[in-house]
Design a protein around this ligand. Sequence first.
Ligand SMILES: [Zn+2]
Length: 90
Amino acid sequence: MTDEAKPSLKEIAYVGDVTANATCPFCQNMRWSYAVNEDGTPWHSLVSYVRDGRAISLPAIVLTCDRCGFVRHHDLAMVRLRNAEGRNGG
Ligand SMILES: [Zn+2]
């Protein structure tokens, strides 16, 4: 895997900033966590889709509710686009 496929801490921070008031939809907890690799980069997942009959994988930032374990995904490409634009999602 290339480093380019891994989310950076800056990208995790961006998601944290724009979703700072997000509560877990199942337990209303407001604390979210992520795991890191040995090099300090956050884990990510590959969400599977089918486009025009072909399987594709979308890299996604993963955040887990500290209380109930609910897992949420944020499209890494979209996070990078918003970071490059210097926008905060508004
Ligand atoms: Zn929860």
